[in-house]
Unconditional design. Structure first.
Length: 222
């Protein structure tokens, strides 16, 4: 695992339900401008493309590793789409760091203070089955929520921010969010390793949010 970064790092996950938002780029930019300065790494979900894989799996009962990888590959397409939607952003894949021994570890050193779109599937492939992404189970329990969470854990991000179209009630936990199907069911297992998770309604004019703080980690940092 990497040592903590020397600058503020925020991992963002963009839910596929937001891909049809006409002002998507403007909403992301406006939210970022409203936050303390940080290096922003954005992980796009698979959206409707991943739903197609899920539907095929329900019909044909794929090998679970195959289903997991096919769904994850849709996030590569989403990454390219979001890069095109967000002027000034940078698309980062493992190919960009092909000469590095540990490509994932190079993200923080390279990423500008503007928005970086992360092609997580390329980094998963580059791991060769031995890295943090490879620790995730081949299961529909895992979606882009948990993939972004693993990235945040590995890079010691100050927080994980999940952009959503709706929010749970106040005062709830990641386990409650999973029960309400706001996040995937694997995320609560990663949450104890993260200092802070925020859910942000990107469709809301004022960016309504819910925040969960991991007090044990935050206290240890004081």
């Amino acid at each position: 695992m990497n040592p903590p970064p020397t600058r503020s790092l925020r991992v963002l996950k963009l839910g596929g339900s937001l891909f049809d938002l006409p002002s998507l780029s403007e909403r992301i930019s406006a939210w970022m401008a409203s936050q303390p300065r940080a290096c922003h790494l954005l992980v796009p979900g698979g959206g409707a493309l991943a739903d197609v894989i899920r539907s095929w799996d329900q019909t044909h009962t794929f090998d679970q590793r195959l289903a997991h990888q096919l769904a994850w590959q849709t996030m590569t397409l989403s990454s390219q789409f979001i890069r095109d939607c967000c002027p000034g952003s940078t698309l980062l894949s493992a190919e960009f760091f092909k000469d590095a021994d540990h490509p994932l570890q190079e993200i923080v050193n390279f990423s500008p203070d503007s928005l970086s779109i992360i092609d997580t599937y390329s980094f998963y492939q580059a791991e060769g089955g031995t890295g943090p992404f490879s620790s995730l189970p081949n299961s529909w329990e895992v979606t882009s929520d948990s993939i972004a969470a693993i990235l945040a854990q590995e890079l010691h991000a100050e927080e994980l921010v999940l952009f959503k179209s709706s929010l749970p009630v106040s005062g709830t936990t990641p386990t409650d969010w999973a029960t309400a199907e706001i996040v995937d069911t694997y995320l609560p297992r990663i949450a104890p390793h993260l200092p802070k998770i925020r859910l942000v309604n990107l469709r809301d004019l004022h960016f309504e949010e819910r925040t969960w703080l991991n007090e044990s980690i935050l206290k240890s940092k004081k």
